[in-house]
Write a protein of this length. Structure first.
Length: 103
């Protein structure tokens, strides 16, 4: 079984930073960056689970839900990852998004 702890730790840290961020930081793009990450992780999970199905897009639940959305999407992805390469890519996605979000 694949140990996905690096992914869950990375996304939990990013989510905590988003929750602690002021509204102005969220409005300046941190929330949008988090939503984009959540959507990408959601699509990746759906493609692994059902490669022939059209992925559904995660809805925008608002800037104050962004932390929860990345957490849910990452935990869903962690459940279906097949190998270390996919895990490494997912962790890198989180790190890159957090850097762009500035939190």
């Amino acid at each position: 079984m694949l140990d996905t702890t690096p992914l869950t730790l990375a996304v939990d840290h990013f989510a905590d930073r988003l929750r602690a961020a002021p509204q102005s930081r969220l409005q300046r793009g941190a929330a949008a960056e988090a939503l984009a990450l959540a959507r990408e992780m959601s699509v990746r999970a759906q493609r692994i689970e059902a490669p022939s199905a059209t992925p559904r897009e995660m809805p925008d639940a608002g800037m104050f839900a962004a932390a929860d959305q990345i957490t849910v999407a990452a935990h869903d992805l962690a459940l279906v990852l097949l190998n270390e390469t996919q895990l490494k890519e997912a962790v890198e996605l989180v790190a890159e998004a957090q850097k762009r979000a500035g939190v």
